[in-house]
Design a protein around this ligand. Sequence first.
Ligand code: SF4
Length: 468
Amino acid sequence: MNGDASMRESASLSVRDIADWAPFAAPPADPMQAARARMTSTDQWAPWQTVGRRMAIGCVALEITQRCNLDCTYCYLSESSEALKDIPLEEVYRRIDLIAEHYGAGTDVQVTGGEPTLRRQDELIAILGRVAQRGLRPSLFTNGIKLTRSLLEALSRAGLVDVAFHVDLTQGRKGYPTEQSLNAIRLRYIELARGLPVAVMFNTTLFAGNIDELEMLGRFFISQHANVRMASFQLGADTGRGVDAPGSAAGQIDKAQVIRGLQRAAGVPLNFTAVSAGHQACNRYGFALIAGGVTQDLFSDTRLAWDVLAATAGARFDRRSKLRSVGTFAAAMARRPWLVLRGSVWLAGALWRLKGGLLRARGRVGKLSFFIHDFMDARALDRERCEACSFMVMTPEGPLSMCIHNAKRDAYLLQPARVARGETVRFWNPADGSWSAEPPARIAVSLTRKTARGRARGQLGKPVGKAA
Ligand code: SF4
């Protein structure tokens, strides 16, 4: 059961298929059961699977603005995005409620955009608070440019669980020509969050222009394991308004290449097939224990990893507190003495292999997880992967696979929001922010410099073809 399901053949979606693909409209009676059925029907139900076992979905993106203060080469936003007003708070709250109804308490919610810190600060704080109040786990996905310590403190008080900083060469930050030079920004962001009960993650888009620096990045994140919970890598995909950087092309980078680079950085063969979420062609997950610069693969015993996953499936870990997480883990394992014994034997071996580092680190051992997400090109969507998708976007009509959403964003962006205030129903026009008693007859946006690039690419029909 440790096979690599990513090599399976599955049908590509036609333009018609994409247009017809609808969001999940009605919340399921039992979200976990529904998730398990989805994984089973796509042949992804296996001991490594976390969707349907630990959680009903990997995460749900909540886009609270379409505006951004950067212009990334692999941007997934729509050609229309920059011209659109921020959706009303009532509609954001309605979508938060929908997430809770579809996937239940404990679901990870990415508060994102566009760049979410461009939203009014009081509204951003209120949105984060609302996500937390519904029992969901809010993460802020940001490029960090507008994020201040005081805002992060306020968001933390409102219930923020993680902050995920997107920093890489696709953003074209002036004065930072290499990933190595961008480490200065990464260190600044780590300082921004220091001491707050908020886990720090970094997102890096990989493409031909920075893949040579992957090993350096892996070593950097390992050196920062005390401050960083997860290093997440996305493979550049041809979708949205983004265009490839000169000299690169979508599809040049694959997961195996990324795994090899991270293994070289770690100095050990990290196992990226023991635990995963959704379709194995989409995601890979690795986990390292680190002490004094020495790394140990947490998933080196695949069967033990599966058994621990099964034993802790119902546990709800509090990422804001290491102590509480350890307590939750210990409580879940307490009723399984045989598994505790097997784990203890494994741990003794791991500590022995880490002994040199443990001496240097005076007995302190930390951890770091690696995540690889292989988004699909908009014109090469694999049906089975979309059916097993673990990363949803909350549209006005319900949750939808992020890859499908990226392929037809305007279908959801260029529609009025229907907002009920007491007995009165009004309609909001995303193009100009106006309100009316009837749905607007037409929603028209004009292209900007950013959006025109993506439009030109679409008209030219540039060939794409990253394999699933
Ligand atoms: S968003 Fe795309 S790549 Fe990610 S899990 Fe869903 S189908 Fe797979």
